[in-house]
Design a protein around this ligand. Structure first.
Ligand SMILES: CC(C)(COP(=O)(O)OP(=O)(O)OC[C@H]1O[C@@H](n2cnc3c(N)ncnc32)[C@H](O)[C@@H]1OP(=O)(O)O)[C@@H](O)C(=O)NCCC(=O)NCCS
Length: 181
């Protein structure tokens, strides 16, 4: 018999979700650091409400992702780009496709909005399946913590990415919401 899968519903977060999102993020990371980060991003000019998504299973919020603004500093200018962080799935709902559904949905939204790219700092083994590549090979540098492998700096190039646009190469500057994370 075929296994039945409970549908995963992806939708933008709303103010009613803030407290359950805190719980999901803190449980996923086993720390309040990333839950505080979500609150700080939400309160910052870099917050993009349309690209802060929750995943619901059986009516419960079990996952969350945020894509918000960062700066890409090239030789000629600073420009705003999109950055995915953080991504969280409640531990008892991990490895069931929730994280993948969130990442695919938020990348599709970024593409629809005409964003040229989305950067992420994370496991290449996980993010590669969504199209992320080592960002250094596209001239994009992200400062990584000492413990992270060099391939943890990644970028997903979207439909409107122009390889001839030199303002899309440079160093990613994290906004103040990320200070101390
Ligand atoms: C990483 C995380 C978001 C993945 O969510 P998820 O819902 O479990 O992911 P999915 O079910 O969509 O996983 C799809 C695949 O990724 C793999 N995977 C899950 N977590 C992984 C990880 N940390 N590294 C590498 N691969 C991973 C799964 O094995 C699965 O592979 P399979 O389809 O071949 O079995 C979730 O484990 C989590 O919240 N972790 C703690 C917080 C965190 O590390 N967030 C990411 C950094 S911002």
């Amino acid at each position: 018999m075929e296994e039945e899968h409970t549908p995963i519903v992806i939708r933008p977060e709303s103010s009613d979700d803030h407290s359950v999102i805190r719980d999901v993020v803190a449980a996923a990371f086993d720390s309040d650091v990333e839950a505080d980060l979500v609150d700080r991003i939400r309160a910052s000019p870099e917050y993009v409400p349309d690209m802060a998504l929750v995943a619901e299973v059986d009516g419960d919020v079990v996952g969350h992702v945020m894509v918000s603004g960062a700066v890409l500093r090239s030789a000629m200018t600073d420009r705003r780009i999109s950055m995915l962080s953080p991504l969280s799935v409640r531990p008892d709902r991990q490895r069931a496709g929730v994280g993948s559904a969130l990442v695919r949905a938020v990348l599709a939204l970024a593409d629809e909005r005409g964003e040229p790219l989305v950067v992420v700092e994370g496991s290449p083994d996980y993010y590669r399946r969504f199209g992320f590549e080592h960002s250094a090979s596209h001239g994009i540098e992200i400062d990584l913590p000492d413990w992270a492998p060099p391939e943890a700096e990644q970028v997903d190039l979207l439909s409107s990415f122009d390889p001839d646009d030199a303002t899309l190469r440079g160093k990613v500057i994290y906004p103040p919401a990320f200070d101390g994370v």
